[in-house]
Design a protein around this ligand. Structure first.
Ligand code: NAG
Ligand code: NAG
Ligand code: NAG
Ligand code: NAG
Ligand code: NAG
Ligand code: NAG
Length: 259
């Protein structure tokens, strides 16, 4: 009886509609003489309540999670609770890894029909020929929920910065691991320089939209990446070094509506 109740609670929990988006960035710390690399991964995840927690699944050269993901901050308002967490991994060498996050559900009534979530981070840590260091991902940040008045078309520049001096490009997620359902919001146009143009067509567009972006860094000149064992790979200016997710809810509401 108790077990059934627990099962129901668990099922209810996994199917609850509570997700408000996520983002993740990483930066390398010291490389030891034995070639082991420490990397710090920071991520923010937002839900409609602080009770929910996150589990990103690592694959590749995951090493050991030295300091387990720990919460550094909860930011709350009446609608959402955003957690900021840090994960530190110590890897035996500078081969990279992938972190994936999936589950359900986004908050209710997402206008672009997105229900389940999926997000992925590709961590590259090989030694760059231009900086003599491991790569750092693009840096960005989010608010879990962005409110935009539907009668005001406008452009939003997303913060997108790269400490290695790389070019950061934004695109919509387009594979099952980048977004469980990759429908893009009809009211938005995204340009690769990370400007989101909001151009609603009518008040019938009102409601929340899931915006599921991927940020990638491209070198501004050809570089090579060197593995701990000495093997090298060329990256041209058209090739991605790393990628991170940036996902949030955009709320289109009709501003100045009077009863
Ligand atoms: C964040 O919220 C959770 C759930 O309410 C709580 O257990 C945790 O202690 C909070 N963390 C911080 C850093 O306030
Ligand atoms: C890096 O370490 C992993 C263990 O996580 C090992 O499987 C892999 O062969 C190593 N790669 C190199 C290039 O040494
Ligand atoms: C793990 O973290 C602790 C505390 O931050 C640090 O003292 C220790 O050196 C770390 N271990 C490794 C293998 O980096
Ligand atoms: C990275 O390469 C530079 C030379 O390009 C070298 O000086 C440096 O020691 C290397 N760093 C690591 C961590 O291997
Ligand atoms: C970069 O590398 C590509 C592929 O090897 C090569 O075709 C191109 O000429 C290189 N560009 C520069 C500026 O060296
Ligand atoms: C280094 O490791 C990679 C992947 O583990 C392997 O493909 C490559 O052949 C190795 N290179 C050398 C020089 O050992």
């Amino acid at each position: 009886m108790l077990q059934q109740l627990l099962l129901l609670l668990l099922v209810g929990n996994t199917l609850a509609s509570h997700f408000y988006g996520t983002m993740m960035t990483y930066y390398p710390k010291e490389t030891q003489v034995d070639g082991s690399v420490t990397v710090v991964v920071r991520f923010k995840t937002a839900y409609d309540s602080c009770q929910y927690s996150n589990s990103w699944i690592c694959s590749g050269n995951c090493g050991s999670e030295n300091v387990t993901a720990h919460e550094i901050q909860n930011v709350t308002n009446e609608n959402w609770c955003q957690k900021e967490e840090i994960m530190t991994r110590v890897l035996p060498n500078n081969t990279g890894f992938t972190l994936r996050f999936s589950g359900g559900n986004w908050i209710n009534n997402i206008r672009n029909g997105v229900v389940l979530w999926g997000a992925v981070t590709q961590v590259e840590l090989r030694n760059r020929s231009d900086t003599g260091k491991a790569n750092t991902s693009p840096q960005t940040t989010i608010l879990p929920s962005v409110r935009v008045p539907s009668n005001c078309p406008r452009d939003y520049s997303l913060l997108a910065f790269d400490p290695d001096g790389d070019e950061v490009k934004c695109r919509y997620g387009n594979s099952p691991e980048e977004c469980a359902n990759c429908n893009t919001p009809s009211v938005l146009t995204l340009s690769p320089d990370c400007t989101l143009s909001f151009s609603p067509t009518s008040t019938s567009n009102e409601g929340p939209y899931a915006v599921q972006l991927v940020l990638e860094d491209f070198p501004k000149q050809n570089i090579s990446l060197t593995q701990t064992n000495g093997s090298q790979e060329l990256k041209t200016t058209n090739q991605v070094i790393s990628k991170i997710p940036l996902q949030f809810v955009l709320r289109d509401y009709f501003w100045a509506r009077k009863p």
